[in-house]
Structures are given as structure tokens and as C-alpha cells.
Design a protein around this ligand. Structure first.
Ligand code: FES
Ligand code: FES
Length: 205
């Protein structure tokens, strides 16, 4: 079959995907770590590639690029998601927090390390560090789920007012984040201690 030919006299129409027609709403930006950024022109760009390749936020890691390892976990409006499985344009108007932003959006201590980052260091929660940004973002989102009473596969009492933060709960809830260095015990220790400290601080207020 012959490839389609084009009349060399007819101009190729260049369509700007960001073009706003009269009466059409302006596309919204994506708020990344508190800064408004333009969504990509190409709707096929994943949120992970937007962060790493276009915004140079290389803290978020690409492991499997198919939703199996958790290395690419970021927070969207406080919820953890896998950025390799997300199209960036889906997140227009949403607030994305990466590991670089944990200390700058009120989740941390204003420029200092986030308490979970400190706990990971104290408990040897990493070796090569490749999985660490995803582990920490995932843990922040996971603690929010725990506090909202979202049950997991191992929650014994679905009617309980508060879900106990047992090691089994933490292991199950963090099972989507793999560590090839085998630092899982330190990771769970770091999360458990940080969560317990948060509860103690709140009780003392
Ligand atoms: S890189 Fe996204 S889950 Fe592995
Ligand atoms: S610290 Fe190396 S993969 Fe987790």
C-alpha cells in the first residue's frame, strides 16, 4: 500500500494543544511542591516523567515503571499514588508533593528534615537509598489512611474506632514499596517510632 501523500503546497497545520479557544477555560497548572507548573503539552507524559525529566525533581525514582515497586510514590492532595501509572495532565489543579517538598508544604519542619527522614537515618531504614523517597512518601500517605480508619487486609476489627498501629499493619500497608537492599525492618521501625511520637505529641497538647 502506498503511504498517503501530502500536497506540498498545502501548509501543515500546527495545533498548539495549549491553545485556548474563545469561551474555553484556561488550562490549570499542577502545583508541585507549592509551585504552579504547566502541565505537559503531550498528554502521554506520565507524572513521573514530568517530575524527573522536565522539572528535574529526581528524588522520585523510576524502578519498574509499571506499578510494581513503589519507588515512584508521591503524594497528591495528601494521598499516595504511583506516579509512573499516572498521566500528568490528570493532575491539573491538584497539589503534588514529592520527597523534595516534604519540608516545604507544612508536612515537615520548615527546611529541616521531615521527622520520617530523620527516623529513617536513625533506624538504618535504607542502604542504597533508591527506594527511600518512595518509602517515605508512601509512609506519610499511609499514616493518613491509618488515622482516617481505612482498614487493610490484616485489620482484625473493621468496626474499631482506632486501628492499632501494629507491625503487621505497617508491613501490610507498606507492602507496595519494595526495598531490594532488604532494609524493611529498619523502615518499619522508623515509621512505627514516628507515628508513636506524633500521637504522643498530640496527646500532650
Ligand atoms: S516505578 Fe512506579 S511502581 Fe515501580
Ligand atoms: S535501600 Fe536500596 S532498595 Fe531500598
Amino acid at each position: 500500500m502506498q503511504p498517503p501523500t501530502r500536497n506540498p503546497c498545502s501548509p501543515v497545520m500546527q495545533v498548539d494543544p495549549r491553545h485556548v479557544a474563545p469561551g474555553q477555560e484556561e488550562p490549570m497548572g499542577i502545583v508541585v511542591n507549592g509551585t504552579d507548573v504547566d502541565p505537559p503539552d503531550d498528554p502521554r507524559v506520565s507524572l513521573l516523567d514530568l517530575l524527573r525529566e522536565r522539572l528535574q525533581l529526581s528524588g522520585t525514582k523510576k524502578g519498574c515503571d509499571q506499578g510494581a515497586c513503589g519507588a515512584c510514590t508521591v503524594l497528591v492532595d495528601g494521598e499516595r499514588i504511583l506516579s509512573c501509572l499516572a498521566l500528568a495532565v490528570q493532575y491539573e489543579g491538584r497539589s503534588v508533593t514529592t520527597i523534595e517538598g516534604l519540608g516545604t508544604e507544612g508536612l515537615g519542619t520548615g527546611g529541616a528534615l521531615h521527622p520520617l527522614q530523620r527516623a529513617f537515618i536513625e533506624h538504618d531504614g535504607f542502604q542504597c537509598g533508591y527506594c527511600t523517597p518512595g518509602q517515605i512518601c508512601s509512609a506519610v500517605g499511609m499514616i493518613g489512611e491509618l488515622r482516617r480508619g481505612v482498614p487493610s487486609h490484616v485489620t482484625a476489627d473493621l468496626a474499631a474506632a482506632a486501628i492499632p498501629c501494629s507491625r503487621d499493619e505497617l508491613r501490610e500497608r507498606m507492602s507496595g514499596n519494595l526495598c531490594r537492599c532488604g532494609a524493611h525492618n529498619g523502615i518499619i521501625d522508623a515509621i512505627a517510632e514516628t507515628y508513636a511520637e506524633t500521637l504522643r505529641a498530640e496527646a500532650a497538647e
